[in-house]
Write a protein that binds this ligand. Structure first.
Ligand SMILES: Nc1nc2c(ncn2[C@@H]2O[C@H](COP(=O)(O)OP(=O)(O)OP(=O)(O)O)[C@@H](O)[C@H]2O)c(=O)[nH]1
Ligand SMILES: [Mg+2]
Length: 359
């Protein structure tokens, strides 16, 4: 990237690109630092949190929004709740029990304005959200929840952690000297083809196959060039709902967070664990599949997969032999049209399916 930068002509038209490349270089340097940190620091005092349970969800928010309180209420974690700001400065994990599975929550130390530029361990803090399977974005309704949301959302967006599912996707295949050729399986949104060409040219991409799926803007083109954008399903938690708050500001919050779901919470709520568990389960698109041997009861512990996984994908996850020697499967429960339905490798599986694989 350094070499690339040295070749880029410096004028008004390339400013944006240069600053982005520099930022990207800083991020990579920071990642190297993180790896070093992981090796050196013992005793659990590290930013690295190994995944556990069905999924890992990062709890992000501004300081004092109630992240520790939330973690304490819904998990076994013994984290300190503090009336003063910046009480948490290392990530704290905890397990949230939901029916027969556990979802891992990780309190991320507070996000601040400038986290995405590295301020206050920003790269590592946002890295926790990037590495998780989903995000809980906590806002404090007793102050300015809209400002809380916009600030955290901006820092996430700057780090290319997308909290809303992208409406489309761009794929760029570089190839030899035939110019830029588009394959349209979608359309541009808020920009013209000329602008896309100018952007690609700015990055010295002059010969490539550009595939456009769904609705995409210029940012999606940039994401395709850098390949660093990730989508993380996100739940907005409007916390401290027991304290006085404005109806207007809540309305604005709901509008600004569209299409994300907003859950109003108070960390003193005794059934918060059930409410949050159900919301996260849906958000993450989790499916529990129970294997069964002939003449026996289904397994007590499910395989946790994403909803819609195929029989073939599941067979591979259990053991390659099940896939290689597959004959058919029998299904019970949600995915079966009738009990003991005989299906092939392509059948998709939903939550609460019992399966017997025949080889
Ligand atoms: N009334 C009310 N107060 C809450 C609620 N949740 C948290 N608090 C209070 O808010 C303050 C901050 O709570 P924490 O859980 O420490 O907040 P945090 O987001 O972890 O903050 P830092 O880790 O310090 O950045 C404490 O005084 C909590 O008692 C809630 O639902 N209702
Ligand atoms: Mg805290």
């Amino acid at each position: 990237m350094g070499e690339f930068l040295s070749l880029v002509p410096k004028h008004h038209g390339t400013d944006r690109m240069i600053s982005q490349v520099k930022k990207q270089m800083a991020t990579l340097r920071e990642e190297i630092e993180k790896k070093k940190l992981k090796q050196k620091v013992g005793g659990g005092l590290t930013y690295y949190v190994p995944k556990a349970g069905a999924a890992q969800v990062a709890i992000v928010g501004l300081t004092n929004s109630g992240r520790s309180s939330l973690l304490r209420t819904v998990t076994n974690a013994q984290v300190e709740v503090t009336p003063y700001p910046f009480g948490t400065n290392i990530p704290v994990p905890g397990m949230l029990p939901y029916e027969d599975i556990q979802i891992q929550l990780v309190e991320v130390p507070p996000i601040v304005e400038g986290s995405s530029e590295g301020r206050a361990d920003g790269f590592m803090r946002l890295g926790l959200a990037r590495n998780a399977d989903g995000i809980i974005l906590v806002v404090d309704v007793s102050r300015d929840p809209l400002d809380d949301f916009l600030t955290v959302a901006r820092e996430l967006a700057n780090s290319r952690i997308l909290i809303a599912e992208p409406e489309g996707e761009v794929e760029i295949q570089r190839r030899g000297g035939t110019g830029i050729q588009f394959v349209w399986e979608g359309e541009l949104d808020g920009c013209s083809q000329e602008e896309v060409l100018a952007l690609l040219d700015g990055y010295k991409i002059r010969s490539a196959l550009v595939r456009v799926r769904g609705r995409v803007g210029l940012e999606a083109v940039e994401d395709a060039i850098f390949g660093n954008a990730v989508y993380r399903p996100t739940l907005v938690v409007a916390n401290k709902i027991d304290l006085p708050h404005g109806a207007d500001v809540m309305k604005q919050l709901r509008m600004a967070t569209e299409p994300l779901e907003v859950v109003e919470t108070s960390t003193t709520d005794w059934n918060l664990v059930d409410v949050l568990g159900r919301k996260l389960f849906t958000l993450l698109g989790i499916a529990r599949i129970y294997t069964k041997e002939p003449g026996k009861e289904p397994a007590k512990t499910p395989f946790v997969v994403r909803s819609g996984v195929t029989v073939g994908e599941l067979a591979r996850m259990i053991h390659n032999d099940f896939y290689d020697n597959f004959r058919y499967a029998r299904l019970w429960g949600t995915s079966a049209r009738f009990p003991a339905e005989k299906v092939g490798l392509d059948r998709r599986l939903e939550d609460r399916t019992v399966i017997q694989l025949y080889t």
